[in-house]
Design a protein around this ligand. Structure first.
Ligand SMILES: *Cc1c(COP(=O)(O)O)cnc(C)c1O
Length: 225
């Protein structure tokens, strides 16, 4: 078995043991590295740039499920709309409306997660809790008939403080359960909770993550050149 597939094998036991799924974050990685992961059985890959993801989509087997995990500009949605499996990083209602438009053009329903801002840092993207609540209460989402919201996504603060990470993930899980109970919209069904990266996925799994997004622990440190 190649080294990348071996790394995946080690992580996936932990992830599948609690019923979650592993998304291999392949941003900046060459086609060869993704092919190695694919040969080991991995089918879910995460990218954070629309054009890079599209280039890889075109070059690689078509049964790969491509996950957009990075901040997505509205003018880039059209590149990924024909094939994207799940967009984790929806951080505004304007972006959601654009995804709906492109989904309609492609005669498909695009599954989306709403990204919630849970980290201490001010620089991370995402809805604030109150903002998200107001959006869901507005009923606006039900007009977007080519979108299905299937969950929430969050990124914890980049810190060594495990208690802070623990608090942030626990907070997102609480919000997830609360929204699941309170909002019953046609195209809103919270089943996925996307949280956890190389440094913090064991904590995320303890708090009910269903999708972990792991890059460097699989492929090694990224080289941004
Ligand atoms: C890069 C990235 C990851 C993976 O990070 P690693 O620390 O390499 O595991 C996960 N989620 C998002 C949104 C990312 O941009």
């Amino acid at each position: 078995m190649n080294e990348i597939a071996e790394n995946i094998n080690n992580i996936i036991k932990e992830v599948q043991g609690v019923g979650a799924s592993l998304i291999a974050v392949s941003k900046t990685q060459p086609i060869k590295a993704i092919q190695d992961a694919y040969d080991g059985g991995q089918r879910d890959f995460g990218e954070n740039k629309a054009q890079e993801m599209t280039t890889k989509y075109e070059a690689l087997p078509k049964d790969i499920r491509w996950h957009m995990i990075g901040h997505l500009q509205r003018n880039k949605v059209k590149y990924i709309a024909p094939y994207v499996h799940l967009i984790h990083s929806v951080d505004s209602s304007r972006l959601l409306a654009e995804i709906n438009k492109e989904a309609l053009k492609n005669s498909r329903i695009i599954n989306c997660l709403l990204q919630v801002h849970i980290a201490g840092e001010a620089t991370k993207f995402g809805f604030d809790e109150q903002e998200l609540e107001a959006f869901l209460a507005s009923g606006e989402l039900e007009q977007l008939t080519n979108i299905k919201v299937t969950g929430l996504m969050g990124m914890a603060t980049f810190t060594d403080d495990k208690e802070q990470i623990d608090r942030e993930f626990r907070g997102l899980k609480t919000l997830f359960d609360d929204f699941q109970d309170r909002f019953h919209l046609q195209n809103f069904e919270l089943t996925e909770l996307s949280m956890g990266m190389s440094g913090d996925y064991p904590i995320a799994l303890r708090h009910g993550s269903t999708l972990v997004r792991v890059g460097s622990s699989i492929f090694g440190e990224r080289n941004y050149g």
